[in-house]
Design a protein around this ligand. Structure first.
Ligand SMILES: NC(=O)C1=CN([C@@H]2O[C@H](COP(=O)(O)OP(=O)(O)OC[C@H]3O[C@@H](n4cnc5c(N)ncnc54)[C@H](O)[C@@H]3O)[C@@H](O)[C@H]2O)[C@@H](O)CC1
Ligand SMILES: [K+]
Length: 534
């Protein structure tokens, strides 16, 4: 199961289709957006509802600004003192925004937003960022000092973590998305040559709360997006359609293919083969093997070179062990057709043996996870993608991705100077199309795509943040969970997306202090909770 994320263009098309069909008007949508934002603010900070104070509303030249004028009107009706500012020319506002601007002008003043700083009044407890939403196309360099003031006002310029702030500082609420962040890529747009190392203070708003409309946008989950959004609140505005795009992006929120085992025999649940490295280097593969078994593969076998047999034998119990020195030996093992999923890479070493084994594994056309050292070996080949097929899964982190797909990585990492910017979803899709298989591109915003263009994001931010998952061996466990899911019969994109979700969920369930060994051991708890809710 999953939630749909939208791009700016998809959101615009959904709104336009609903308006064209006469289901709703743009003005009604804007009214609901503004009313919903105020309701979300009151729900988040009930003290603001009890004691209305002073609010600054920063409105931009598009419909995001229109939302801001609705918020200004609604807050005034609730007893707030509102200082409204406009960045841009009122005469050029789009029609719905213009209507709300005019309605506001009957109630209060609008001042031109200065670009050299924010004119604070004492007692301001709320700043509404309604400057730019999904229509941002250019960097906000011209607003630099004013944006810096918004960020400084919110935390007193001290860069305090949100939870350490005193109530003295105003809350910053961004409508739809913090201004300066590209809604498709989550990247901060910057002028060419701008120094990214100087941080985001002059380039975008950092919010305590973001109220987005209808559906979250991809940029709320990618790149710089999450750390500038604070809390993300999704507000229904009466749109029912989600669109029928083939290029939908999904946010994984539950794994698929985990229903109770219906048949009893172990071979009905697949047989995973995990290749290990040599003596002293088998721990990573053993972690993968344990995870594959815990996620429900019927059988798991480690295949080790002769030098590592004793080491593995002393460590493995329910996991079987076979000797596998080279490609020829692997071909022999694969004569057992019940072996239906393989994992190569964790702890294997960048060696001729790894290369040799990979050739045999790929030629067998079994489902194969290529991780860690296997990816480095692959990247060193003249044609890294020859031999890959749609049953393969590649699991690169940023460095491995750059070695495998240098041009795509360069494009992704180039400064984003205009929107919509090239996103991690775009990059992963392009990589999957080139490799002809499923690619899982790791990070707090893990993106998974297959060659058909399907893409999903597995998030480890907001309430799913698990900083303790960055621990040695955690990637080996992920490779093992994917392999186990493949062995159980899931297709590569489902196996990979479910595994990524389970990996984070196991870390959340265990909590801080986690080491990689804990992840497979926590999987039963996660699986039991899922099956109980099935
Ligand atoms: N009827 C609708 O379309 C609705 C729109 N909604 C709001 O409208 C927003 C989208 O509105 P728009 O498409 O008008 O886009 P924005 O309000 O984000 O702004 C786009 C305008 O700003 C200009 N612009 C872009 N980058 C700039 C920059 N760096 N400096 C100066 N000008 C720049 C663009 O040329 C365009 O005129 C959403 O994010 C949402 O907040 C909601 O009210 C729901 C209904
Ligand atoms: K905004």
């Amino acid at each position: 199961m999953s939630e749909l994320l939208l791009t700016a263009a998809q959101m615009r098309a959904i709104e336009q289709a609903a308006i064209d069909a006469g289901e709703i008007t743009g003005l009604q949508l804007m009214e609901r957006a503004g009313q919903g934002a105020v309701a979300a603010i009151e729900a988040m900070w009930p003290e603001l509802e009890r004691a209305p104070g002073r609010a600054m509303i920063l409105c931009g030249p598009g419909n995001n600004g229109g939302d801001g004028f609705v918020v200004a009107r609604v807050l005034t009706g609730k007893g707030w003192d509102v200082d409204a500012f406009l960045y841009g020319d009122a005469g050029k506002l789009p029609p719905d925004a213009r209507t709300n601007y005019e309605r506001w002008c009957k109630i209060g003043q609008v001042r031109t937003l200065p670009t050299d700083g924010l004119p604070f009044k004492d007692g301001t407890s709320l700043i509404i960022d309604a400057l730019f939403g999904t229509g941002l196309t250019r960097p906000l360099g011209a607003l630099g000092k004013t944006l810096r003031d918004v960020c400084d006002a919110a935390d007193g310029g001290r860069g305090l973590p949100r939870e350490d702030r005193t109530p003295f500082f105003p809350y910053v609420v961004a409508l739809d998305i913090p201004s300066g962040i590209c809604a498709d890529s989550g990247k901060i747009l910057r002028a060419a040559g701008a120094d990214a190392a100087k941080g985001s203070r002059a380039s975008c708003v950092a919010a305590d709360l973001v109220t987005t409309f209808h559906r979250p946008k991809a940029g709320h989950y990618l790149a710089d997006g999450p750390r500038h959004c604070g809390t993300l609140c999704i507000i229904g505005i009466g749109l029912t359609q989600t669109g029928a795009w083939r290029d939908h992006i999904r946010l994984i929120d539950l794994p698929v293919g985990l229903s109770k085992r219906s048949k009893g025999h172990k071979y009905d649940h697949g047989h995973a083969l995990i290749l290990t490295g040599g003596m002293g280097r088998t721990g990573a593969a053993r972690l993968s093997a344990r995870a594959a078994l815990r996620v429900g593969a019927g059988l798991v076998t480690c295949a080790a070179p002769g030098s590592a047999m004793m080491e593995c034998a002393t460590q493995l119990t329910s996991i079987m062990l076979r000797r596998c020195d080279d490609g020829e030996a692997l071909a022999g093992l694969l004569e057992d057709e019940r072996i239906n999923a393989l994992c190569l890479g964790p702890g294997m070493g960048v060696s001729d043996r790894t290369s040799d084994l990979m050739d045999v594994a790929l030629a067998s056309k079994r489902r194969v996870v290529l991780d860690a050292d296997a990816l480095t070996v692959l990247a060193g080949r003249d044609d890294p993608f020859a031999g890959l097929h749609d049953g393969c899964v590649l699991t690169p982190h940023g460095g491995e991705f750059a070695r495998l797909f240098p041009d795509i990585s360069d494009r992704l990492n180039a400064p984003a100077t205009k929107g919509p910017a090239y996103s991690k979803v775009d990059a992963t899709r392009d990589a999957a199309a080139r490799a002809g298989c499923t690619v899982l591109f790791k990070g707090p915003d893990t993106v998974i795509a297959d060659a058909s263009g399907g893409a999903c994001i597995n998030t480890a931010v907001y309430d799913r943040a698990v900083p303790w998952l960055a621990t040695a061996g955690s990637g080996d466990v992920l490779a093992g969970i994917i392999t186990g899911m493949l062995a159980r019969g899931s297709c590569p994109i489902n196996a990979t997306s479910s595994a990524a979700w389970l990996h984070v969920e196991a870390a959340r369930t265990f909590g801080p202090g986690l080491i990689a060994e804990d992840l497979p051991e926590t999987l039963p708890q996660v699986l039991q909770a899922l099956l109980q809710n099935d």
